[in-house]
Ligand binder design. Structure first.
Ligand code: ADP
Ligand code: MG
Ligand code: ZN
Length: 601
């Protein structure tokens, strides 16, 4: 498509010029061409008024005004010519003779252009074509250059620490880096060795990239950003040469920051995998190490890298003198979530009733990126409804959408399914309500969402790092509450509990094999997490005997059986409460926490 367009333009220009030329030729009054004998005889008979000699051409005007044209031999001048024809010199003297070269323009237009134009077009065409081909292959033409994006410090959209909410410890650490970039002298005079590398570690979306840019913004230095995966391509040796190029560029622009995002793409443990691309990665990594070692003590270049997999990084990267600073970014706690929401709501018109603290309460486990996404979803929703402001309702329904998937209103349950789903969800909710260590129920619904027919949403009241065995055991019972309710009420079970059972099994297995919470199996873990570098994913290697495997299976079965019994007892005992929940669900389809609590008041 693009090539065609480029050809059309020169062709149109060419055609237009041809037309112009033709018009020009027609419009000029063309003289009649005569031969030399006629010319001479006309002079003899004194018919000629004036002559203009124009290189090989002689233009003559007769007394009666007729224009004529004679070609002469290029070597002969007019005088020699007339002499050769024995023309009477007296007759010549009566004629006014002008000798002129044609004016530059007309020579160009008439004589040169018709030849030059096609030539220019052909050359131009070839140029265009090569450009096109190069464009397509430009990657191949300069693959040795790093493709790091450079952000200069004076950009308007500069990011500073103020744009990064929470992550206080990380910011504290990075203040040092900023200070060094601003006043390197202070440190060098103390004989201090400046950190060369800073490794940012944290879950996806916790603000690693953002923080690195904020450091550059605070220090007011250029920022070279490249992703680890961009070093490695199918050409062997590209990675290493890109690293070299990147560091050369950076040193020229010192002081500055090199930021290597997704470091684990190149920085994985060496010598543990197989395959060609792996060797390539090793070379790239070696080159990074070499470049970092090659810094002069006063090179004002700091290498920052981000990863969410510090466990797979090569230990050579982590030794002092390389990425010896490690900054960990945790998932935000409730205060940080509120702060992050605050930062991102600045650009959005929030209605006054929006309570960001409450939003923060309802979003445990959300990363900064997810909170950003949440507010964005809410803003989209508000715009969709032609509102002037983003309301709390928009935010709440965005939370549900993010956690549970979009509502499927078109997925209509028939009356029987509705009744079964209502009992199923009421079962979950009731068990959660009656057990002491579970999170409070926030919402129960029989509107289909994602793949589920209904859902019961619980909400932790606080961020917790530690969990107890009792909590896990009770959570198992909540998972099974749905299935038990179906069984008790209908004497029949459905496929609705499929994902509950899977989650319960998964949790039970973790309790036993990872947390060491089974007396029978003791204080040990089962299964070694092992990375399959060549497959790029993890795999649980079996590090226990067949006998243990049998015990694990029986323990999982026991935990789940006990949980089912707990759930069953509660449902039987509080059947009346469950009927109330079901009635309310069938009426309203979705129950919020206040209505839910009112049932038990
Ligand atoms: P990472 O690199 O850790 O995966 P990013 O830095 O790319 O995450 O974060 C993605 C987006 O999430 C950022 O552009 C920002 O909008 C938002 N975000 C993440 N953490 C924070 C934070 N602490 N404060 C403000 N915004 C944040
Ligand atoms: Mg990132
Ligand atoms: Zn369920």
């Amino acid at each position: 498509m693009k090539i065609k367009k480029n050809i059309i333009i020169p062709i149109t220009v060419f055609l237009a010029l041809m037309v112009l030329l033709a018009l020009y030729n027609v419009s000029t009054n063309k003289p009649k061409t005569i031969d030399l004998t006629t010319f001479v005889s006309q002079i003899q008979s004194e018919q000629v008024k004036s002559i203009t000699v124009n290189n090989n051409e002689i233009d003559l005007t007769l007394n009666n005004g007729t224009l004529e044209l004679v070609q002469k031999e290029p070597t002969d001048s007019l005088t020699t010519l007339l002499k050769n024809y024995n023309v009477d010199p007296a007759k010549i003297q009566k004629i006014s003779v002008t000798v002129s070269g044609e004016s530059g323009w007309s020579v160009f237009l008439i004589d040169i252009l018709p030849y030059a134009l096609p030539l220019v077009l052909i050359v131009g065409f070839i140029y265009f074509m090569t450009r096109q081909i190069q464009g397509a292959n430009s990657k191949a033409m300069n693959f040795g250059q790093s493709r790091a994006k450079e952000f200069s410090p004076d950009q308007n959209n500069k990011i500073t620490f103020a744009d990064v909410a929470g992550v206080k410890e990380a910011k504290q650490e990075l203040f040092e880096v900023v200070d060094f970039l601003k006043n390197p002298k202070k440190y060098l005079e103390m004989g201090a060795r400046i950190p060369k590398g800073v490794l940012l570690i944290g879950h996806p979306g916790t603000g690693k990239t953002l923080l690195a840019r904020a450091v550059a913004g605070e220090a007011n230095v250029p920022f070279f950003s490249i992703s680890g995966s961009e070093f490695v391509e199918m050409f062997v040796g590209v990675g290493a040469s890109r690293v070299r190029d990147l560091f050369t560029r950076a040193k020229k622009n010192a002081p500055c920051i090199i930021f290597i995002d997704e470091m684990d793409a190149v920085g994985r443990q060496r010598g543990s995998g197989m395959g060609g691309s792996h060797d390539e990665r090793e070379q790239t990594l070696n080159q990074i190490l070499v470049e970092m070692d090659g810094f002069e003590p006063n090179t004002n270049v700091i290498v920052m890298a981000a990863t969410n997999r510090p466990d797979v990084l090569d230990s050579a990267l982590l030794r002092p003198g390389r990425f010896d600073r490690r900054v960990t970014l945790d998932l935000p706690d409730i205060n940080d979530r509120e702060a992050i929401l605050m930062v991102h709501s600045k650009t959005k018109p929030l209605s006054s009733e929006v309570n960001l603290r409450r939003v923060a309460e309802m979003t445990p486990g959300f990363s900064g990126a997810e909170l950003f996404n949440l507010l964005n979803e809410a803003a989209i929703l508000a715009a969709l409804h032609d509102q002037k402001q983003v309301t709390m309702a928009d935010i709440l329904s965005s939370i549900d959408k993010i956690i549970l998937g979009p509502e499927r209103k078109s997925h209509i349950l028939n009356d029987e399914e509705k009744r079964i789903t209502a009992y199923h969800e009421a079962g979950h909710a009731l068990v959660a309500k009656k057990l002491p260590h579970t999170d409070p129920v926030r919402k129960v619904s029989i509107i289909a969402r994602g793949s589920a027919a209904g859902f019961t949403m619980k909400l932790p009241t606080e961020d917790r790092k530690l969990h107890t065995r009792s909590e896990f055991i009770e959570e198992l019972a909540v998972f099974l509450g749905g299935r038990m309710a179906e069984a008790i009420v209908f004497n029949e079970v459905t496929t609705g509990a499929q994902s509950d059972l899977r989650q319960a099994t998964h949790l039970a297995k973790k309790i036993i094999t990872e947390y060491g919470m089974s007396e029978k199996l003791g204080l040990r873990t089962f299964g070694e997490k092992e990375e399959l570098v060549f497959l790029g994913r993890e795999h649980n290697a079996k590090d226990y005997s067949e006998k243990s495997a049998e015990v694990i299976d029986s323990e999982i079965a026991r935990l789940i059986e006990e949980a089912a019994k707990t759930a069953q007892d509660i449902i039987v005992k509080y059947r009346a409460d469950m009927e109330k929940i079901v009635a309310m669900l069938l009426e309203k389809e979705t129950i919020e926490s206040e209505d839910f609590e009112s049932i038990f008041a």
